[in-house]
Design a protein around this ligand. Structure first.
Ligand code: AHR
Length: 667
């Protein structure tokens, strides 16, 4: 508690430490007893939530560069520009994606038949990088036929237009996969892929694909390396996928059906993406889910980045916002949905001799993925949800006792749905309850104490989707991220009950977004991390292992309450390096002096050094993703790390206005 209004404004952050200091008025006192280790902080505490919104999968994390590679979009040539004699056929080699194209003579000489793919807002290529083109093709002519594959810049003229050309002989009457490596001589964000018929006879083409060779871990059906790296750098403890509303679908037919997302990639059944028409001001009729990045790839990604997988399955209710009461499967049909959940556990964890475990092994991962959590439903509400979720809970408890079940509390942080569902979740003994809050600034300012009074018995909390949506300014400005940081001290302080928290949404293509703010923005060549990304990262990389109480002189936590001058703070102990980590957020307009007094150290034990990480912007409405032109540019707001010398049991610091600081203190 601050003792008087006296203020000492210091120009920059300073640190001063000593034994037996006396404290002047105007100094905030933060007291931490380092001997009293509180609750263990779950490894899953800070994580990621992935949903295919904003072109996050196809056109984003999934590195495929060709849109509608199998010609199975409802309009079969979506994404393709045909010229000459191009026919759509539908008796192809892949049962679930039956369409393919037949390129035939145009009657003007073969060279006028071609198809050109526009990619996702263009095709991004980097000079000197290799790209793997592949296609299933056949020709019915006895001596085969041929095509020419080109990478082109439509804006260029003459010879410059096709900057890569490669002739390919199609010598098989039966479907055969042809693969070619192409090197781009240029860096270009909006290239296109063109395929000319150059032979005299017909050529059939199916599953036309182009991937960078240099994907994350070099996998052929791989993910974009820079985007995965940004995820790995977060050191996430948990990864929730695949949504969000796409789990529910617009209707049950279009729900995310994980079984369609596994097995050979060519035969994964296309699904529409419900975000393609959700907002009529952000209409993307060409937004579909190829499922090229499906559940196998999600589990593999979790393993790569060290996050616990947390899949979400449909509970047999489609989006209630859109469908009202017509959105459910009748309870007689629920068994299919329940079986999907049980089978998913088998796919992730089952022995290789089981049906779904065998498929996992066939796909290249005989070892189980060790899935521990499963969420049933996304933002469902009301009695309908309870009726639908009960059969899941019963079946999962019986067949998969190792799985912790995550139920939902509806789409809002409070109110009728929330108040109805929480007690129900307790009654049903869900392990965790998923809470969502996309709220304005004042909510984040006033809710750092939200979990201080939660009942400790019963389900734990999963803050599964949250973000500060600044009133009228819904983008990623610094102020929103600062308020998120302040609020998150309350998650940390209550780590005994809050087991997981994931910001949402995660990804957005600058040309294809439907929803903002988002954590990471990208175009076809590069990315920008938002200020909120850095807040999340400062928490997740300074998570610690045990909560420490941090109190003012009135024994109150710093929650920005009256008299605390806009200060939020929390502390943890990290047994991995025996450090004490203190997070302080000053959302106020003035700098604040703070004295941190550590008790419980051994008599002669002193602090030796501190690593100080600071996130600050002079302009609180600045952001790393300029909202006006949405162009990826170098990040201007990033954490800065310094080391400080320490030599006592207290630490005095000044926190500038509008600043988030993490102190990692070593003895
Ligand atoms: O994150 C965007 C959407 O917000 C999610 O799909 C949904 O769960 C929530 O309404």
């Amino acid at each position: 508690m601050k003792i008087s209004r006296f203020k000492l404004i210091l120009p920059a952050l300073i640190a001063w430490v000593g034994f037996g200091v006396s404290y002047a008025d105007g100094v905030h006192q933060m007291n931490i007893d380092v001997k009293k280790k509180g609750a263990e902080i779950s490894n899953t505490m800070y994580g990621l939530f992935f949903e295919d919104i904003n072109f996050a999968a196809d056109g984003g994390l999934y590195a495929e560069l060709v849109k509608n590679r199998s010609f199975d979009f409802p309009y079969a040539l979506t994404g393709w520009l045909p010229a000459g004699n191009v026919q759509i056929m539908n008796d192809g080699p892949f049962e679930n994606n039956p369409n393919y194209v037949r390129l035939g003579g145009s009657g003007h000489g073969a060279k006028f038949t071609a198809i050109t793919n526009e990619g996702f807002f263009g095709i991004g290529l980097k000079a000197g990088e290799k790209y793997r083109f592949s296609v299933y093709a056949r020709s019915d002519a006895p001596r085969g036929s041929s095509i020419r594959i080109e990478l082109i810049d439509r804006a260029a003229m003459g010879e410059q237009q096709a900057f890569v050309k490669h002739n390919l002989r199609v010598d098989s009457k039966d479907w055969k996969k042809y693969t070619v490596e192409l090197t781009s001589p240029v860096t270009i964000s909006k290239a296109q892929l063109r395929i000319f018929l150059t032979g005299q006879s017909n050529v059939d083409l199916e599953h036309v694909s182009l991937f960078p060779v240099d994907t994350w871990k070099g996998r052929e059906n791989g993910l974009r390396k820079d985007l995965v790296q940004a995820l790995a750098d977060m050191k996430p403890g948990v990864f929730r996928f695949p949504g969000g509303c796409i789990v529910e679908g617009t209707d049950l037919e279009t729900r995310y059906n994980w079984k369609n997302s596994v097995g050979p990639v060519e035969n994964r059944k296309l699904n529409e993406n419900r975000w393609h028409y959700t907002f009529d001001t952000r209409l993307f009729p060409d937004y579909f889910q190829s499922y090229g990045m499906g559940f196998f790839e999600f589990f593999q990604l979790c393993e790569d980045i060290g996050a616990e997988p947390l899949p979400v399955v449909s509970c047999g209710l489609a989006c209630q916002f859109q469908n009202g009461r017509d959105a459910h499967c009748s309870l007689e049909e629920i068994d299919v949905f329940v079986q999907d959940a049980i089978d998913l556990v088998e796919f992730a964890n089952g022995d290789v001799n089981t049906r779904w475990g065998a498929l996992r092994a066939e796909m290249g991962h005989p070892e189980p993925f060790g899935m521990k959590y499963l969420a049933v439903g996304n933002e469902q509400w009301g009695e309908e949800y309870i009726e639908h979720v009960v059969p899941f809970i019963e079946a999962l408890r019986k067949n998969c006792p190792e799985i912790e079940i995550v139920g939902t509390s509806g789409p809002y942080a409070s109110g009728e749905y929330f108040d109805y569902l929480w007690p129900k979740m307790k009654e049903l003994e869900a392990d965790l309850v998923d809470e969502h809050y996309y709220c304005p600034e004042d909510w984040f300012i006033n809710n750092a104490a939200r979990y201080d009074s939660y009942e400790r018995k019963g389900p734990k909390v999963f803050a599964g989707e949250y973000a500060c949506h600044g009133a009228g300014r819904k983008w990623n400005h610094f102020n929103a991220s600062l308020l998120e940081a302040g609020f998150m001290t309350g998650l940390e302080r209550n780590a005994d009950i809050v087991r997981m928290a994931t910001y949402a949404p995660l990804f957005a293509h600058v040309e294809g977004w439907q929803w903002r703010p988002d954590l990471i923005w990208y175009d076809n060549l590069s990315l920008t991390r938002s200020c909120s990304y850095y807040v999340q990262q400062m928490y997740s990389t300074n998570k610690g292992t045990h909560v420490l109480k941090l109190l003012d002189d009135m024994q109150k936590p710093y929650t920005g309450a009256a008299g605390q001058d806009g200060l939020y703070a929390s502390a943890v102990y990290d047994e991995t390096d025996n450090s004490i980590v203190i997070k302080v957020i000053n959302i106020g307009d003035e700098s604040q002096e703070i004295n941190v007094a550590l008790s419980g150290l051994k008599r002669n034990e002193t602090l030796k050094k501190g690593v100080v990480t600071t996130l600050h912007s002079d302009d609180i409405y600045a952001d790393n993703v300029p909202h006006t032109n949405l162009v990826i540019a170098p990040e201007t707001i990033k954490p800065v790390t310094n080391e400080i010398e320490l030599n006592g049991q207290n630490m005095s610091v000044t926190i500038p206005a509008k600043t988030f600081v993490v102190y990692r203190l070593y003895r």
